[in-house]
Design a protein around this ligand. Sequence first.
Ligand SMILES: Cc1cc2nc3c(=O)[nH]c(=O)nc-3n(C[C@H](O)[C@H](O)[C@H](O)COP(=O)(O)OP(=O)(O)OC[C@H]3O[C@@H](n4cnc5c(N)ncnc54)[C@H](O)[C@@H]3O)c2cc1C
Ligand code: FES
Ligand code: FES
Length: 486
Amino acid sequence: MPHPNLHFVHRGELVTLRQVPPTRTLLQLLRDDLGLTATKEGCNEGDCGACTVVLGDKRDGRLHYSAVNSCIRLAHSIGGMALWTAQDLAAPDGTLHPVQQALLANHASQCGFCTPGFAMSLFGLYQNQVCQGQAVSREQALDALSGNLCRCTGYRPILDAAQQMQSWPAGPVDEAKTLSQLELLAHTEQGLEANFSYKSPDTLAELLHLRAAHPQAQLVAGCTDVGLWVNKLHKEFAQVLDVTRVAELRQIVTHDTHLSIGAAVTLTDAFAALEASRPTLHTFAMRFAGAPVRNSGTLGGNVANGSPIGDSMPLLIALQARVVLASVRGKRELPLESLYTGYRQNVMAADEVLTHIQVPQPQATEFLRVYKVSKRLEDDISAVCLAVQLHLKDGRVAQASIGVGGVAATPVRARQTEAALTGQPWTPATVAAAMATLRAEFQPISDMRASSDYRRAVLGNLLQRFWLESQGESEVSLADVSLEAL
Ligand SMILES: Cc1cc2nc3c(=O)[nH]c(=O)nc-3n(C[C@H](O)[C@H](O)[C@H](O)COP(=O)(O)OP(=O)(O)OC[C@H]3O[C@@H](n4cnc5c(N)ncnc54)[C@H](O)[C@@H]3O)c2cc1C
Ligand code: FES
Ligand code: FES
């Protein structure tokens, strides 16, 4: 089967690469095919950030920049976008970019292996923030660098560099030219050949038609899960169907009753939308992977992948979110927890795709918290995740909904604990009874992340923390909560 050509913008110019195989990663394309070896390979699984590059796409008439991991991104996914690598920062005469100047001035590099990745994450921040006339806060710098690992330098000089990037004359990105090239690419026909090896349809109708005709094709979104199957399990796919360009799936629409988030909305944008009406979710959102993974990965990919330790699902279950599935036969809607039938198994038929996640708007009586327990604060997978939404009326629990991750083969709803809380006075005695119920409700496994006993103990403790926070104790740390023996 012939492979499609790949068209993108690099250094302001249109580039066409012929016959790019569907599972060629962007990092392989850069280093092996194009000889752009400034982009480094470290872990090859999205964890270290050495391979970070920046992608540009047109949003609201201007360029938006995203730092992503090139190692777990399929090369074809950058079709129609602009690309910058660490080799594109300095001006043609060798003048360093402000990002590079700042790293140099702050002695922010030792062995240097991580430095191209840090420079690219900072470049994305520089273009989105500094070039818009905004200073970079320490928190923004920390977030932008949350997917980059440095083993030598220590982070203080790198963070200092991030906050000093505005001190040098602006870098040489020609936005007007890049935008006009992207405009040209937007009108490039993809070709309608039935026998494709990689396809990124633009509309939902086209996606559903292709899905029905090619149910065996590997569906991909941000590829932050699938990329690992390619790199680590050496999976080859004869056909890849990429949902990330489908216009309907990229939209977030605010309704009076709910927020409708398209399945291909990135985790970065989905969490921003959720935080707009529920600001307490910010801390949790920052605990989901690191920024480059959130910039590629989608909410729909997280939900469809259905990992028992996926982080958005406990939250979405607690928020009573519903998912919309569609095929050429029509669409159907169901509660998120009903999507799953077993370990990474779900009710989706071979011709169906997940199109939207619908999240009810908050009510005045809502008290919501979501807790993630992992070995490392940043860029780590949950051992346990607990999300609790209570509606309190006249000192009683009018309604409780609780989502849990890390305790069963799928993300689950804690129905017994919900029943133990509903209708009860919101008192320490009710909380103690609910903690016992929650600890007994699931039989989690022991694995390298945590033992079964730890998972059950910590679940109860998190509910105690929820109680303390509902009493006005903000920012309760786990150290403040007793780890009771089972
Ligand atoms: C370094 C690293 C850190 C991570 N940290 C976290 C973390 O903290 N928490 C967490 O929950 N996850 C984490 N992940 C996992 C991953 O990032 C998320 O699961 C992400 O949301 C997957 O989305 P995606 O768009 O990349 O999905 P993909 O990898 O593209 O797809 C995943 C699966 O979903 C299916 N799929 C995608 N879109 C659709 C659709 N519209 N309809 C039907 N099926 C679809 C695909 O066929 C595939 O089976 C991490 C991954 C990495 C590499
Ligand atoms: S090589 Fe480590 S994140 Fe890509
Ligand atoms: S300078 Fe050596 S890994 Fe960062």
